[in-house]
Design a protein around this ligand. Structure first.
Ligand code: ACO
Length: 325
């Protein structure tokens, strides 16, 4: 039986942080940020907003879009690297916010690839009878762990949430193929060194700014331009489809140059690629879900369309999926 997306939703904080705002905070320029990343502005959660708040908004919209009620949800996976608390999982708070009764609820951290990992885990549980309707939310408030004194990273990130309700769909639709993976040898390339069990919070951690995200941008860039097209090609092959069968490619919105490089390697026409990073920056686990939901609500992505979703992130993780909506 096919398993696929029944409904979608997304949410972002209202506050906008522009490149011009960043020019006042660090030694950077609108021109540098636009030409190196393609980003013009990003949404930023205020002091009172946490990951579960935007995750719940996105989740509520996805349940409505699926034509279901909260009581129909029997699995919640919140894919995030910025949980509200160390304990309990953010999924538990989303469950309370949405008034979802008893069900399995947990967080999953696969960085920017998280939402794809989450959908595949949901599929595995569904196949074995572990759930009927899964709510999978990619949500991150990366700006809460961003060092706004580090120009190499602070210009890239934004906050948001993208969600899907998944369950049984009609024949010919759903997740047609997938591939998710990780190369742990590259785990140091993107990390938050402090605040975990390796280096619990201490005065030293705070003085060294180790509570913030650190990244080897160039190494990640080289990895991403290789892995994104390779992964999309792999899932197309697994599904027995060609690039020309895709109505839309929805890549992780990290950097315009990474996306352009990847689509050129696969000969994908630019007009079939959903790109919104100019307005949102890199929203980590939320990025593919926000791009999908925005394009769907704008009437660009339609039911019956065949989509290629592809992402990469800290771990280093990566993944791709062919979905017929
Ligand atoms: N403004 C102005 N100058 C800057 C800035 C800035 N914001 N940031 C860096 N520079 C400078 C550097 O210091 C360097 O100066 P130098 O030549 O005098 O040493 C110069 O600009 C070039 O720096 P590079 O790092 O080589 O710039 P690059 O073209 O590689 O772009 C970027 C950097 C945008 C970070 C790119 O490498 C990138 O996008 N990498 C991928 C990051 C990514 O996608 N991460 C996703 C995962 S995030 C997650 O999983 C949560």
């Amino acid at each position: 039986m096919p398993f696929g997306i029944l409904g979608m939703g997304s949410a972002c904080p209202e506050n906008v942080l522009t490149n011009q705002d960043l020019e006042k905070m660090v030694d950077t320029s609108d021109e540098w940020i636009r030409t190196r990343s393609g980003i013009a502005e990003r949404r930023i959660a205020d002091h009172n907003t946490a990951t579960s708040d935007i995750a719940s908004q996105a989740g509520r919209k996805a349940i409505e879009d699926a034509g279901l009620t909260p009581a129909d949800i029997d699995l919640i996976i919140v894919c995030t690297l910025t949980p509200d608390y160390q304990l309990p999982a953010t999924a538990c708070q989303v469950m309370e916010n949405l008034e979802i009764p008893n069900c399995m609820a947990f967080d999953l951290n696969a960085a920017c690839t998280g939402w794809l990992y989450g959908m595949i885990c949901a599929k595995g549980l569904w196949v074995t009878g572990g759930c009927r309707h899964a709510l999978v939310i990619g949500a991150d408030c990366l700006t809460k762990i961003t060092n706004f004194k580090d120009r190499a990273t602070c210009v890239l990130f934004g906050d948001g949430a993208g969600a899907a309700v998944l369950g049984e769909v009609e024949e010919g639709r759903g997740i047609l193929s997938h591939h998710v993976s990780c190369d742990g040898r590259m785990f140091r390339h993107i990390m938050v060194p402090g605040g975990g069990s390796r280096k619990p919070f201490s005065r030293e951690v705070l003085e060294a700014d180790e509570q913030f995200i650190q990244m080897d941008g160039n190494d990640v860039f080289k990895f991403a331009v290789r892995i994104m097209p390779e992964t999309l090609r792999l899932v197309l092959d697994k599904a027995g489809l060609a690039v020309s069968d895709l109505d839309w490619v929805i890549p992780h919105q990290a950097n315009l140059r990474i996306i352009e490089n990847g689509i050129k390697r696969l000969d994908i026409p630019a007009e079939r690629v959903i790109i919104n990073l100019e307005r949102f920056g890199n929203t980590s686990a939320a990025s593919v879900g926000i791009a999908l939901d925005e394009a769907y609500r704008a009437g660009r992505v339609k039911r019956g369309h065949t989509l290629g979703l592809v992402a990469f992130g800290g771990g280093l993780t990566w993944g791709g999926m062919i979905v017929r909506l």
